[in-house]
Design a protein around this ligand. Structure first.
Ligand SMILES: Nc1nc2c(c(=O)[nH]1)N[C@H]1C(S)=C(S)[C@@H](COP(=O)(O)O)O[C@H]1N2
Ligand SMILES: [Mo]
Length: 496
């Protein structure tokens, strides 16, 4: 009943949320980084679903315990519901909605207390034929009927309220606003990359990662719903002329397209938290020049509607194509990737630069402000480390003997990749063939033709960036500033 009514209240306003999601969000914010890394490892990008299922299981067990206790001592049961209400209220009250965010939990807890009191009364109704006895009396058929009928009605009422709440809440979804949006064509559209930027090998990651399979990493349990209508991007802080741009004003500025490979600092060696896309947007350096950055400012903070922040050096804007982006691979940004506006900065890990659902760009100093992940043990500054990955063959697969393509991708934004080498077992390193370089902000594909001989083989890869530095084989974990080490796999080659 508590959850059902809370869900209904949450559906009344865009700023109110289900207490389950509020609690989930606080768990994400408060859980220590190593546990979060473990969750990502264990559940990959299903980590959010896993969290929701976990919350559901805990809630179920807790409610059952409250019920069992309440039959013996109602006051203890009510205290249990109170505690649960306070937890939800605190989680909601510290969200982006402010103190009204506590409302669904408070109303829900009152309903829960009411339902529990009635249920306990039914459960403990004395048998008409026997002397009254509390709690453990042998119940009469009549009292059992009252209890089952009453509780059943509550269950139905809760489900209906929850369903209606969800339905009401769907009014605030912005999927339709994205579906009808047509982004303008930039004045100088970028040509399609020359065919040589892609190698034709089965199992190799395509040069452009389709939006549907582009990795998604963020702290938002449910995708923030930001409409283009009423959208404002504010440029604030240490600037001569603070700016406010509506979505249309952003579209009216000179739009540019640029190809950038984005990488997550949490990516393990050989992992999939990396993707390449063609982004459409306005240049961040132009925008900031217009605002007039105070020479004393050294940090650009990107703030999201959900309170998340990224932060990176002003000095990173050294002419590279950092964008306030509205489009990804020829479409408006997908909701999961920051619709309607996000930042994309080549050469920096996503957590310091790539704010999704962007609402504010604040100029400040590193001394003054720590962005979201700094408080949680990650590095303040995070340039991308050179990495290479074997896409095919897949690890631990069986392949037939003979001519085999070993292939993958390598990235070192914004230095660029100058070479990739592959080593089979303890042989010499061999130069892989590289796809043509498009620019220094995107990954390059590589491949090596290998005459696979029967048996078990180790394949390792390492890349060299355009400054001449080769990837170190020293294995370090992602925290605090990105993993290092060579990706290596084992394959089993069958007799021809
Ligand atoms: N609002 C918001 N923006 C965010 C994040 C986030 O948690 N919230 N995560 C960042 C991180 S860690 C990465 S790696 C990139 C991932 O972007 P993608 O999900 O579009 O691939 O977004 C960045 N922007
Ligand atoms: Mo990330």
């Amino acid at each position: 009943m508590a959850l059902g009514l809370a869900e209904l209240v949450a559906g009344l306003s865009a700023s109110l949320r289900s207490p389950v999601l509020d609690v989930g969000d606080r768990v994400i914010d408060l859980v220590p980084s190593p546990i979060k890394e473990m969750a990502i490892d264990l559940f990959d990008t299903n980590d959010k679903l896993a969290l929701l299922i976990g919350i559901g299981v805990v809630l179920f067990a807790y409610s059952a315990a409250v019920g069992i206790v309440a039959v013996r001592r109602l006051s203890l049961g009510l205290a249990g519901i109170g505690l649960f209400g306070v937890l939800g209220a605190v989680a909601g009250g510290f969200g982006t909605a402010g103190t009204v965010g506590a409302l669904p939990s408070i109303v829900g807890a009152i309903a829960g207390a009411f339902a529990l009191t009635l249920q306990v009364r039914w459960a403990n109704a004395p048998d008409a034929d026997q002397p009254a006895e509390r709690g453990l009396s042998p119940h009469s058929a009549a009292s059992r009927r009252a209890f089952l009928f009453g509780s059943g009605s509550f269950l139905v009422a809760a489900a209906v309220m929850g369903g209606v709440g969800r339905l009401l809440d769907s009014r605030f979804q912005v999927g339709a606003s994205r579906d009808t949006l047509r982004l303008p064509v930039p004045p100088e559209p970028l040509a399609a990359p020359p065919p040589a930027t892609a190698l034709d090998v089965e199992g190799l990651s395509p040069f452009f990662t389709p939006n549907e399979s582009f990795y998604r990493i963020d702290t938002a349990l449910t995708v923030p719903q930001v409409s283009t209508e009423g959208y404002v991007l504010a440029v604030t802080g240490m600037v001569a002329r603070p700016l406010e741009l509506t979505f249309d004003q952003i579209l009216q500025r000179p739009l540019v397209e640029t190809d950038i490979t984005m990488t997550c600092v949490s990516n393990e060696v050989g992992g999939g938290l990396v993707g390449n896309a063609r982004w459409l947007g306005i240049r961040l350096d132009d925008l900031l020049a217009e605002a007039g950055v105070d020479p004393a400012a050294d940090q650009i903070v990107g703030r999201s509607v959900d309170g998340y922040t990224c932060g990176f050096p002003v000095a990173a804007l050294d002419g590279r194509d950092a964008l306030v982006a509205v489009g990804m691979n020829g479409e408006p940004l997908p909701l999961e990737h920051g619709f309607p506006v996000r930042l994309v900065v080549p050469g920096l890990y996503g957590y310091v630069s790539a704010t999704k659902w962007l609402t504010e760009i604040e100029l400040t100093t590193f001394a003054e402000f720590d962005h979201y992940w700094v408080d949680r043990g990650w590095a303040v500054e995070a340039p991308i480390k050179t990495q290479s990955r074997i896409d095919t063959p897949r690890p631990l697969t069986r392949i037939p003997a003979g001519e085999t393509a070993v292939a993958g991708v390598a990235w070192a934004q914004t230095r660029g990749i100058s070479g990739v080498e592959v080593r089979i077992d303890e042989d010499e390193w061999q130069q892989a063939e590289l796809s043509e370089e498009l620019n220094d902000t995107t990954w390059r594909q590589w491949m090596l033709a290998w005459d696979a001989t029967p048996g078990r083989h180790d394949i390792a890869v390492r890349a060299t960036d355009a400054t001449g530095e080769t990837q170190t084989d020293e294995r370090v974990p992602p925290i605090p500033d990105g993993a290092t080490g060579w990706h290596s796999i084992v394959v089993l080659v069958d007799e021809g």
